[in-house]
Ligand binder design. Structure first.
Ligand code: GLU
Length: 471
């Protein structure tokens, strides 16, 4: 017995940058293929000539790779079912239009947009749902030729079989039924010769051997059309699963502020691919384990049975949580690169590991690392408001004692603190907080023992003296 290799795909239209929503679709398909030992294919759906742009194709290939979503078949990788951009598949589509036309399952339509609009209006006025009135389905051969001779550019319409019920089992949403009479003959080739989405998408899935399609719920209503087309062409249909959309915290559509962000923007802000993977894989999909999962574990634990039907709510706090986890785990070289130029300017390569060990628990983004660089190594320190308040409350005498204790014990925090305790009679937070505020200007932050160790003695003294003045 031979079993068909599982093959999933991501089929973006290059009309913009990848956003969290379509990246999640790509991820689920990639995880499914990996989970079931199959292949993940990438296809570029660039039939919209006006809106598709080569730079968006470039960008999406780069973004997917950055995220670690490698495709085994598709642009730049090749494969046996190319080309993988729909704009290069016109000859293939022509063959399938031909088959439908010769079987009487498609016909040229000469109706103008104005005529179609008028007909829709009349149907609505008669309280009927607007459907193509099949005007051109009834044209004789002679009438067709006459129109073609006049130079009219027809669309090609699929003749939807009447009185059929289309049924399919959606992997996510369960059994689905559609009445073919509700569909109306639809365009499969536009007047400019380019294929309509339903057609190219369905034909390509079949020809490329796609077995499973996870895609946005907004495509659910297209599925019945696609199944009818595939049936008419005698092509196999994939199994479909329609993913619940991602919504904002208030249940409404995602706004820019609430996660409608491109992968480029997230990457520029310093988000790490592993953080996004851990977050997105859980957005509308449940894992048995809540903790951090490596890419292979994300795939191993993925199941279409764990995809939710309810809209998935974007939650920035969750995303930030996974970002912190990713920072905690990242290896030193990558973390160092990621921290960026401001950090590299102020921290020597020899000081790198200590700096990282000191600030890692307190950073989520390169901007945080830059912040702590300035706090720890900046020539002049302007304490935060809370920092100033703590320094003032401790008073000058405290810092005179601190200077003396530091002179005696240096950066060894334990003896320094013991000494300071004896000198001031203070302990715990009353002792640590003013020290922290004087040294870093902040009332929270990296471990004090590391901070004091990392700072040049001259800087420690300088800052304690400044606190004497301010206190
Ligand atoms: N190009 C379509 C889109 O980006 C693909 C839909 C599908 O996955 O079938 O929405």
């Amino acid at each position: 017995m031979t079993t068909k290799t599982v093959k999933t795909r991501f089929a973006p239209s290059p009309t913009g940058y990848l956003h969290l929503g379509n990246v999640r679709t790509a991820l689920f398909n990639a995880l499914l293929a990996r989970r079931w030992g199959g292949l993940f294919l990438l296809r570029i759906e660039d039939t919209d000539r006006e809106r598709s742009r080569p730079e968006y194709v470039e960008a999406l290939l780069e973004d997917l790779r950055w995220l670690g979503l490698e495709w085994q078949e598709g642009p730049e990788v090749g494969g046996a079912h190319g080309p993988y951009a729909q704009s290069e598949r016109a000859a293939i589509y022509a063959d399938y239009y031909q088959r439908l036309e010769s079987a009487g399952q498609a016909y040229p339509c000469f109706c103008t947009p104005a005529e179609l609009a008028l007909s829709r209006k009349a149907q609505r006025a008669a309280s009927r749902p607007p459907r193509y009135a099949r005007t051109c389905a009834r044209l004789s051969e002679a009438q067709r030729s006459e129109r073609l001779e006049r130079g009219l550019q027809p669309t090609l319409r699929f003749r939807v079989p009447l009185q059929r019920t289309v049924e399919f089992a959606d992997r996510v949403r369960g059994p689905q039924r559609f009445a073919s009479d509700d569909i109306g003959d639809f365009v499969i080739r536009r007047a400019d010769g380019t294929p309509q989405f339903f057609f190219a998408n369905a034909v390509d899935d079949a020809l490329m051997g796609i077995t499973h399609v996870l895609r946005g719920e907004d495509h659910l209503a297209n599925t019945s059309r696609q199944l009818l087309l595939l049936e008419a062409l005698g092509l196999p249909a994939p199994e479909y699963g329609h993913l619940a959309l991602i919504v904002g915290a208030d249940g409404g559509p995602l706004s820019k502020r609430e996660g409608d962000l491109s992968l480029r923007e997230l990457r520029a802000a310093g988000y790490l691919p592993e953080a996004l993977l851990n977050y997105l894989a859980r957005l509308g999909h449940v894992y048995e384990r809540d903790e951090w999962l490596e890419p292979a574990e994300l795939a191993a634990g993925f199941s279409p049975d764990h995809l939710g039907r309810a809209p998935a709510r974007y939650d920035e706090a969750q995303l930030l949580h996974w970002q912190s986890e990713a920072v905690r785990r990242m290896d030193l070289d990558r973390l160092w690169d990621w921290m960026g130029a401001v950090v590299h300017e102020h921290v020597s390569p020899e000081g790198r590991d200590d700096f990282i060990a000191t600030v890692r628990p307190n950073i989520r983004f390169p901007a945080d690392a830059a912040f702590w660089v300035e706090r720890l190594f900046g020539a002049e320190l302007t304490p935060s408001e809370e920092g100033r308040a703590v320094i003032a409350a401790a008073g000058s005498v405290f810092f005179v004692h601190a200077l003396a204790a530091y002179a005696q014990h240096g950066a060894a925090l334990q003896p320094l603190v013991e000494d300071l305790k004896r000198r001031t009679g203070l302990k715990g937070k009353h002792l640590f907080m003013p020290l922290r505020a004087a040294l870093t200007g902040e009332t929270h932050g990296p471990e004090l023992a590391r901070v004091i160790d990392l700072m040049a003695p001259e800087r420690v003294r300088h800052r304690l003296r400044a606190a004497v003045q301010a206190g």
